[in-house]
Design a binder for this molecule. Sequence first.
Ligand code: HEC
Length: 232
Amino acid sequence: MRVPQTICLLVGTAISYALIVVGIPALGALMRPGTWPVVPAHLVGLYMFFIVIVILLYAAGDDERWKRIRNEIQFFFGAQKAWLARSAVIATISLAGGYLAYAAARSDLDTPPELRAIHPAPPSSFSVGGKMYNLLTLENPLRADKKNFARNVRAGAEIFFKNCVFCHGDKLDGRGHYADAFHPLPANFRDIGTIAQLQESYLFWRIATGGPGLPREAAPWASSMPVWHRFM
Ligand code: HEC
């Protein structure tokens, strides 16, 4: 029995892939022992693109070969006898697709290799609910309202205990009920390095835009801090 052409081509593609993702690093390791260079994903994609083109050209370049491949494909998808192999391939592709989608969406709780910028530089302005705020000139209007200061602080405490206590803790120490599930941990407000040192305009920005609003240098650490302007 002759091995089906289609299988040869698929195996050839798989071998080319293995050569790129393992062969190239192995070559690098040979030239510089102790290292294992990584081939960038877009380069792998580029190589594979050309390899697949060449394989398709090879398949279509000869009438006889092309006819055989076409018959094999028709047999695989159409023949009664091939049902088991067909089902197996379709199931494998579906499962692999599902796993890839899951792997891409799954959040990674490992510590990223980058250092985290805990207090990244804020933008000079940002917009919330259609209103622009200039962080350089922004002042806290509640602080100027001396008459109602005590009442405003109490209102703030109420907001804290309704919204923030679950993560930042009832002692403001970042040890709320949910704290252990998060990485990075919720900020500890009693630490003199956090809100005691920060400008109120900065805090306004951090609270309004939360983890997703953090600039790039602080972003690889998927912060669970909510985007509060959406809820409050
Ligand atoms: C789901 C958990 C969670 C809740 C609820 C939450 N936070 Fe956070 N918060 C975090 C985490 C985690 C961080 C630290 C990571 C970061 O900087 O984004 C943080 C950071 C902060 C910071 C930055 C402090 C600093 O030193 O830069 C401020 C300010 C803050 N939170 C205020 C609030 C306020 C106010 C509320 C309630 C309205 C709140 N948080 C509710 C998880 C939470």
